[in-house]
Design a binder for this molecule. Sequence first.
Ligand code: F3S
Length: 287
Amino acid sequence: MEVKLAECAGFCFGVKRAVDTVYEQLKTGKTIYTYGPIVHNGEVVQELTDKGVIVLQNEEELRSLEPKQEGAAAVIIRAHGVPERIYRLLEEKGLEVVDATCPFVKRIHNIVRKKIEEGYHIVIFGNPGHPEVEGIVGWCTEPATVLEQPNEAMEWTPPAGKNLCIVAQTTFNYNKFNNMVEIFENRGYNVNVVNTICSATEERQRSASELASQADVMIVIGGRHSSNTAKLYEICSEKCAHTYFIQTLDDLHLELPKAARLVGITAGASTPNKLIEEVQNYVRINF
Ligand code: F3S
């Protein structure tokens, strides 16, 4: 039986950069906070909290922080980014901001700002409850629309007299994005489409799909709250009936079909290499 890792799997550029930033900041001796867990991976976050990093779970926790002496503490903004008001709040609190917003997400913040100035209504294709999308909405100086499903795109009526600018959550499913854009075009809306899906996501989705279509069993590794991992699972399940979603090696209770010849492995953008290797080795040794 062969065990094969998808061509692109694990930490993406933005997440690696954010995690590295936390380790760098720890060396400064300041009190280090992250605004939200730095990645959707419990083990990575635990390792950092063991080293003294404090996770601020939400805006309320940030609000209740006592103002700090200048230079005593820093708050790291994670790769997903945050609404603009959070930067203001951090300033008011006298907290240094270390911005690890992924440049691809920052680009979306800049696009929506500019397009609103040009008179567009912003439509974000993404999950309205995801922090990245909340962050993008928080950079819109006018109300924006968030749509997640094709049926929502069918039912939605745009504000009268406005041209539309469409952007996407960086981890949005590429096919779904095209499908929803097509719905808008077919309805005759005047749209300016900026495909802001990150290439790391596309590559990960494409290589997962390729591998899943050959594999007898697929293992998708990632955090329970990681939306890009959930999407990988969705894509793999469509191609491979025996697809497993695991967070750590402990979740892996594999029941391999008798004729299984190829086990494919992929992992979300917040899954550290160490864990991917552990799973790979485990499957190689035990099956
Ligand atoms: Fe950035 Fe793309 Fe990762 S947007 S955080 S490199 S998935």
